[in-house]
Design a protein around this ligand. Sequence first.
Ligand code: HEC
Length: 124
Amino acid sequence: MMRTAKIILFAALFLPALFAANVGAAAEAEQVFKFYCAQCHGLNGKGGGPNVTKDFPVTPRDFTNTAQMNKLSDNDIRGIVMDGGPSASKSPLMPPWGKTLSDGDVDGLVKLLRKFCNCKGKPG
Ligand code: HEC
């Protein structure tokens, strides 16, 4: 009897935590995006964040631009986010985040960007 009760108690405590962890990944990516990316790329990913002025020589990518975002593979995005714009012959206004964000954070951001563009990108 006690044993069953313990198992039920364990399930009741532990299963919701597992579920929360799953739901948490997408929400966490949104938090990371808000904190590190939105000032330039905009809260809605459209590129017009509050730090962008008319003096920017290039505008931060509008992630809802499906045609442009389809030119990038997931690995291209990962590389640009980790190593910055110049690593892909783009502007240094796109900073490198490899020392700030974990691989997991960056994977979450790739998924979020794919949600913004509603596209899968180039394979690879
Ligand atoms: C200080 C402003 C700034 C911040 C902060 C910033 N970016 Fe950028 N980002 C840019 C600019 C400007 C470009 C365009 C570079 C170019 O076209 O040469 C860019 C380009 C990109 C690209 C390449 C898009 C393409 O089509 O090649 C990706 C991907 C990207 N940013 C993701 C992110 C992510 C994810 C974050 C947050 C971790 C972030 N950026 C934070 C300014 C910023």
